[in-house]
Write a protein that binds this ligand. Structure first.
Ligand SMILES: [Zn+2]
Length: 405
């Protein structure tokens, strides 16, 4: 190799912020703390106290989803993934349509509903939970806390939130307010460095494979997110840009992150699963989130990002169409309102009511679409069925009026 070429390559490696970062072999990731760990030195205790206070607010937040079936399901996945160590974690599902999850040093984990809405199987949920647990086991927060700059930033964010709450309406706590104003300030509390993200990815993969979940599902989560964002950008006539590639980002760029996850998943599959690929758990996932599934779709569709919503729904339907998926597809078309969309919506509603136990709202949407198309009798029948299933619906009186009851 010529000297010019070698130095060009070397320069490329040095200038590229990621090429020299290297992939972390998952099996080198071991916990830095043991079960039942409590903060040790004064520094760390101070940090825990702060996060305990934050957790109190979060636990009492109006945004926390308190669904016993979902809670039990997520707890069960944590148990399979972490065994006895699962007892050191509290997982809060928070209503927020963004794709995100956070890990605090005291064992508080936050998972957004927007993340659950984008997951297709249990292995993908386990991948996210395992990644977050990785931050905890590797004590990434403590390392951040040792830096005075970071500490000051976290304290000021929390103080700011506290001030906002005490000046606010009183019945919501600062966490709710901060979420309503700008969830970005909250995210800054839980931000980790790029190398910490790489460690957490590697750790999560190891946990995934040890629990015999499909390790390739970790990269699949990112792949899904990228194609959804591309669909969203395309619908808005914009070119997709991987924003995480900016120098400001603390997350490794999704493309290189996916490549690392894939390569490590190959290794783990061969080493630990005999090349079987592990289990994805599509049915257990669908059963596990059945109690909240439609509210996850509702939240997404109401964002009125039709490109993302339509893409997401079609992608979720890879695992089989359901009444909910058809109904919300119809809602996404209705909200978009382009030429031909009301016909597409009407078709989706018609598909939604074909199921044995359709989502009740599908009867309402189908009924109105039929009336609009001139099939009054059929439309009235559907609306009557909607009223039977939802006699206390907010629009029940209006619906009764429409059908002349
Ligand atoms: Zn992370």
């Amino acid at each position: 190799m010529s000297r010019v070429l070698v130095s060009t390559l070397l320069l490329t490696v040095l200038l590229s912020p990621y090429a020299n970062a290297g992939r972390i072999p998952p099996m080198t990731m071991t916990p830095l703390i043991s079960p039942g760990y409590e903060a040790e030195d004064k520094d760390e205790r101070g940090m825990w106290q702060l996060f305990n206070r934050l957790e109190e607010d979060i636990a009492n937040s109006n945004l926390v989803v308190r669904d016993p079936e979902l809670t039990a399901y997520v707890g069960g996945v944590m148990q399979q993934l972490l065994g006895e160590m699962a007892a050191d974690f509290r997982v809060y599902i928070v209503r927020n349509p963004d794709f995100n999850a956070s890990m605090a040093p005291n064992g508080m984990m936050i998972v957004h509903t927007g993340l659950l809405a984008r997951i297709k199987n249990e292995a993908q949920l386990a991948a996210v939970l395992g990644h977050e647990a990785g931050h905890y086991f590797r004590r990434h927060s403590v390392q951040r806390w040792r830096s005075m700059k970071t500490r000051t930033a976290i304290m000021s964010v929390i103080a700011l939130g506290g001030a906002a709450a005490s000046g606010g309406s009183g019945n919501s706590n600062w966490y709710d307010l901060a979420n309503a104003i700008n969830s970005g300030i909250l995210l800054s509390i839980f931000k980790y460095s790029r190398s910490h993200e790489q460690e957490a990815d590697a750790y999560g993969l190891r946990l995934l494979a040890e629990a015999e979940y499909a390790p390739h599902q970790a990269a699949a989560v990112w792949g899904q997110l990228i194609s959804e964002r591309m669909a969203s950008a395309e619908a808005r006539n914009k070119r997709y840009r991987d924003r995480s590639r900016s120098a400001m980002s603390t997350h490794p760029p999704t493309e290189s992150r996916m490549t690392d996850l894939r390569l490590s998943a190959n290794d783990l599959d061969e080493m630990m699963l005999g090349g079987s690929g592990g289990r994805a758990g599509v049915r257990t996932w669908r059963a596990g989130i059945a109690s909240v599934g439609s509210s996850l779709l509702e939240e997404q569709v109401r964002l009125n990002d039709s490109g993302a919503s339509i893409h997401l729904i079609n992608s979720l339907a890879d695992g089989g169409w359901t009444s909910d998926l058809y109904y919300y597809l119809g809602e996404a078309y209705s909200l978009r309102g382009d030429e031909g969309d009301s016909e597409l919506a009407a078709q989706a509603y018609a598909d939604a009511v074909q199921f044995a136990e359709p989502i009740p709202e599908a009867y309402r949407a189908y009924g109105y679409a039929q009336i609009k198309a001139g099939y009054t009798e059929d439309g009235h029948q559907a609306l009557a069925r909607y009223l039977e299933l939802r006699p206390d619906a907010p629009d029940a009186a209006m619906t009764r009026f429409t059908i002349g009851q």
